[in-house]
Design a protein. Sequence first.
Length: 669
Amino acid sequence: MSEMMKIALPDGTVKEMPEGATPADVAAAIGPGLAKAALAARVDGELRDLKRPLEGDAELSLVTSRDEADALELVRHDFAHVLAEAVQNLYPGTQITFGPATDDGFYYDFAPAPGRGMFTEEDLPAIEEEMRRIIAADKPLVREVWDREKVRQFFIDNGEAFKAEWVMELPEDEPITMYKTGSGEADWIDLCRGPHLPSTGYLDPKAFKLTRVSGAYWRGDQSNPMLSRIYGTAWLNRKQLKQHLLRLEEAAKRDHRKLGQEMDLFHLQEEAHGSVFWHPQGYRIWRELEAYMRRAIDGAGYREIKTPQVMDARQWEKSGHWGKYRENMFVVPDEVPNVEDEGPVVSGDADWMAIKPMNCPAHVLVFKQGITSYRDLPLRLYENGCCHRNEPHGALHGLMRVRQFTQDDAHIFCTEDQIVDEVKAFCELADRIYRDFGFTYSIKLALRPEQRYGSDADWDKAEEELRNAVIEAGMATEEYGWEELPGEGAFYAPKLEWHLTDAIGRTWQVGTIQSDRVLPERLDATYVGEDGEKHRPVMLHRAIFGSYERFIGILIEHYAGKMPLWLAPTQAVVATIVSDADDYARDVLARLEAEGFRAEADLRNEKINYKVREHSLAKVPLLLVVGKREAEEGTVALRRLGSDEHQKMMALDELVALMKQEGTPPDRR
């Protein structure tokens, strides 16, 4: 008689099951409804296959489609495997590599068969059809444990050089699992940790779509072979897929690169990889944001500074950035003794300088000038700091990921007793600013990573201080999406992160505040305490926009280019219907400019419908149409961008009053 296992369920009950029973057996013992709905199980917190035998007494919870996060991860992982099998069925000789789940779907990297060429989007319909055939076959997904040499030899025998290379680098003390699609000897098989659904039939054949193809280097290394990466999106059902595709369609309309070109805001080009050429219209948005932020930080007691772009490499060695961040830094020699035809020659004894990738070490140097007393703390130093990071070309993305960027960066030097109050004040400042721009957000606490500087005691203290500040601000609640993220802190400090939600439901990690005891120690920052002795300050690193470039990109997509009146680069255009109204249009423009508005006049000899379309494309909020009648009556015909209402006639004074009300920045209302 087999021994019995005690399986503790989430409702507090305990089921006794025979040795070797699976989570599927537990589900069946509870009831047929659950047995049908179960997709996988969490066994002592670990997500596992439904048919994997239990090893003994355990806490078990069954995963169904209601557990959306787990269910989506399983479904997307399975779709990746089905994709790989479909590709190898259709194109024999293709080698498989990796195929993980992503935030909205999956991808898989392939090495095409010799002579075939890279995959293209024209291949996707046939691959989708084969995937649906595999799903309809309802093949079981079977977990098997193999020894390392057997796995390696299997892949060598089957011409899978990439998998054979990878398996030898897996930890020797961990079991190696293979997943077979089907139950026969000749069925498709792949190296995988799992877990998976019980069979391919659990997937909805109408809940996925292959979306695009790109190139990807094996293991992300440019010296390795180029692979074909096929992307797909996958969901639990076709309704979710349809909603996602609509979101993608809306996101494409809001793409800041497309709108930036249409609105003549900025451009990027190869001569300055990852750096932005701001046009007058785009830089107007920048200046409004900069002015807004200056008013905010002036009101919050910050002192603005400006620090050098280039500093001696030894300073970065002291700070720890040289060891942790060197590959992302631009480095230049301190002297170039001569220039020959073939280019500059650097002397062997030249010192090295680094273009700053962040502002914090420079702010410590400002703090260290003179003797700082405890009476001077907290000291809040702010900088619109221009930084450079050596991002790979392939990672660059419009304004969202650049090499040159400007941070709304500040560092608060304070005593231990001041930390919670300072972080709480920052939470309240960030809350006001994000709400002024129409964002909701969630707050996350990123905790200590495995590789870090500083003692565990200091990390305990820093994490607790940040946690307590959010609690005191009343924001450690479900309303603010409060969550703690183990292992995601910086190497020198835990941090609070602000994740904004935009108009179409996407999230963007933007603001942050970090509680740092490491950098003041490494750079020997001190203040004189009440006892007359030297003490280390705590350094709070904080930003709200994150970077001006990325924040502007987010704003463009959030508003779909239709900026609120106070932020719009051109707030109004006075457009004439007939040339007889030109003089009146100039008078209207002069009045608006005298009131401080950003306005232009369009006196071209074009039809008014042409002018309306052109300025609508440029996302001008207010179009003021004037003709002979308006000139005689001293009025304008107001057309609002994106409004279905017919144009509204109003007196010029009424228009000015309306624009003052809507065009005043929210912090000045």
